[in-house]
Write a protein that binds this ligand. Structure first.
Ligand SMILES: CC(C)(COP(=O)(O)OP(=O)(O)OC[C@H]1O[C@@H](n2cnc3c(N)ncnc32)[C@H](O)[C@@H]1OP(=O)(O)O)[C@@H](O)C(=O)NCCC(=O)NCCS
Length: 169
């Protein structure tokens, strides 16, 4: 971590929601509207987490995840699904992404959820390697046109996504 720059992990709130939205859109090349980052999704899921990493009052990273159920239990979700993880380029490679991921892992452990899942574009090679090599995720099926309805910067990231999963020990 950069010397003298403490990183605080906070629940997203009114003030930081817009910053997280801008950061995610610029890092991922998406154009999600700020409304999609507001509290609404919370009510739709048994478990929901949205945390940001803050340095000197500025959001430098964030993660958002929600539970998914496969119908086998109405009490314990079958997995947590990470639908957003982004760290500002100047703050990458300093452990912030891993700290944010740990927040989701902690919630999983507290709530007896043993599987983490996410999709990422098939050509997002650096992120795929990060999840697989550093965080023990396993590559699964490719979903063609997964991001068809996602407003994305043309050409940079593929619309096809790969499923990454990890069974927690
Ligand atoms: C993928 C992503 C979230 C990783 O975030 P990050 O903060 O850079 O991740 P970390 O710092 O925890 O780990 C990255 C590297 O830094 C190194 N690192 C970890 N802690 C460190 C520290 N304290 N000091 C120096 N280096 C450190 C790790 O060894 C790791 O190396 P490696 O992955 O090259 O082997 C980030 O690159 C990102 O936002 N990418 C673009 C968006 C994206 O693709 N999101 C995910 C798909 S939805």
């Amino acid at each position: 971590m950069k010397e003298g720059c403490p990183v605080y992990i906070r629940d997203v709130n009114g003030e930081t929601t817009a910053q997280f939205c801008r950061l995610a859109n610029s890092v991922l090349g998406t154009q999600y509207p700020p409304e999609s980052f507001e509290a609404a999704p919370r009510g739709h899921h048994l478990l929901y987490i949205c945390k940001v990493a803050v340095v000197h009052g500025e959001v430098v990273g964030g993660i958002r995840a929600h539970s998914v159920a496969d119908g086998s239990s109405s009490i314990v979700p079958s997995a947590m699904y990470i639908d957003m993880l982004a760290v500002s380029p100047v703050w990458q490679h300093q452990g912030i992404g891993s700290i944010l991921l740990e927040q989701v892992e902690l919630l999983c452990r507290e709530c007896y959820v043993h599987v983490l899942q996410l999709h990422t574009p098939v050509n997002n090679t650096a992120a795929i390697r990060w999840y697989v090599d550093r965080h023990s995720f396993v590559e699964g099926d490719v979903v063609p046109d997964f991001y068809l309805s996602t407003p994305m910067e043309a050409g940079r990231l593929s619309r096809d996504a790969v499923l990454l999963s990890r069974v927690m020990e």
